[in-house]
Design a protein around this ligand. Structure first.
Ligand code: ZN
Length: 402
């Protein structure tokens, strides 16, 4: 049994505690309260002076296997042109075909963990990428990404799904799969992956409404994404544009529920926000990546007013200079000056855990995992703490408590 004490403890689900302490046994939290109330309950107390104790952060969306393409996330001015960015990404990937993808991904994962992220949802195209998180200090929820917009593409994706299922020893084991996006998958593929994820009780994460080009493609099957798909030889004319927004499309396909995670959700209407709220679907915003690609700003304040508290993701190093959630919080405050800092910090912790269905993370409360951070921070009042935590960005100095 061990007691951890700091000038402030941020339980997240309850207000900040001044001169707080957390009692931990075998990696699990037993009690949280003031030091006065908990002192003497453990033989040993560790003091974190000038620090704030918080839960580990949760990154709701990343692609670690693209870490060797970090060069792409640091240069370029994309101005919302997703097709141009994807083209560049594919070209760079071909150019770096001899790169040690897994080693570079593990290095990125180590720095993600060092910055305070304890749990990350990682989406990858390669079955080998499922091993990136093996023996990492951060916990990785891996999802194998499938895509295919033509009949041939759908068939290939179906074979990958069957291969992913075979990776398991028992029925229901195997790798969880996820479709890339509404504009890169047939309706058959979207339904097939959802059916598989329902069967195994897994997470159905999908890029949704990331760019205006995506909405144009879904409305009329025209624009830069149509040209791109044709150039790739992936257009066989079988895709019928649904003629609506991305969320409405997913609703019509009956794939929206509490285990669906809509990543990005930048270009969605008020009616679509209501649909997401009705279905209790989860949202993950990626502010740093959206800013880098110039695709727009997700309507976070509207989401909150619809009762949707989004998780936060970094997306990959190919569209973001870093995988640092403190920086994502800083960007969100810039993009949404009216956002309450406490709500924002809840997004980076509790909402992330809820989005991934991993509620043992995200708060400091009895029964939850004792994976906590000591964040260097001097503050006098409760509200100042939240203000500081959400504005320090990549300057945050973090050490792991456990
Ligand atoms: Zn992504």
């Amino acid at each position: 049994m061990q007691l951890y004490r700091a000038p402030w403890v941020i339980p997240v689900a309850t207000p900040p505690i001044q001169d707080g302490a957390v009692l931990v046994q075998n990696g699990n939290i037993l009690k949280v309260g003031t030091f006065y109330a908990l002192k003497g309950m453990a033989p040993l107390t560790t003091d974190y002076e000038d620090s704030v104790i918080t839960p580990a952060l949760v990154n709701g969306h990343c692609h670690l296997e693209l870490s060797h393409l970090a060069r792409l996330g640091q240069e370029g001015n994309w101005d919302g042109n997703m097709a141009a960015w994807i083209k560049k990404l594919l070209a760079l990937r071909d150019q770096l075909v001899d790169a040690d993808v897994v080693t570079e991904a593990r290095e990125a994962l180590a720095s993600l963990h060092a910055s305070g992220t304890g749990l990350v949802c990682d989406v990858g195209n390669g079955i080998d990428s499922a091993e990136i998180g093996n023996s990492s200090s951060a916990e990785v929820c891996f999802l194998l990404e499938l895509l295919g917009l033509s009949q041939f593409g759908e068939q290939r994706a179906r074979e990958s799904l069957e291969e992913a299922i075979r990776q398991g020893k028992n029925d229901g084991d195997g790798l969880d799969c996820t479709p890339h996006a509404p504009y890169s998958c047939t309706t058959g593929l979207l339904k097939m992956v959802k059916e598989d994820s329902r069967r195994r009780g897994g997470l159905f994460s999908i890029h949704v409404a990331e760019s205006e080009d995506e909405i144009e493609f879904l409305q009329t099957a025209t624009g830069r994404l149509r040209t791109f798909v044709e150039e790739r030889g992936a257009w066989d004319g079988s895709f019928q544009p649904p003629g609506c927004g991305a969320v409405e499309y997913l609703e019509n396909l009956k794939v929206l529920d509490a285990h669906t995670l809509c990543v990005h959700s930048v270009h969605i209407s008020d009616q679509e926000l209501s649909l997401l709220a009705q279905r209790n679907a989860k949202v993950c915003v990626c502010p740093g990546s959206n800013r880098y690609l110039g695709v727009g700003v997700a309507p976070v304040m509207k989401m909150i007013s619809h009762g949707i508290l989004p998780a936060i993701g970094t997306d990959s190093l190919a569209s973001n200079p870093g995988l640092n959630l403190w920086e994502e919080m800083r960007i969100l405050r810039e993009d949404h000056p009216g956002i309450d800092p406490k709500t924002l910090f809840t997004m980076a912790t509790q909402a992330g855990a809820a989005a991934l269905g991993r509620e043992e993370y995200g708060t400091i409360s009895p029964g939850k995992t004792g994976r906590m951070l000591a964040v260097q921070c001097r503050a006098d009042r409760g509200s100042d703490v939240m203000d500081l935590l959400t504005t320090m960005g990549s300057e945050a100095e973090v050490s792991w408590i456990a």
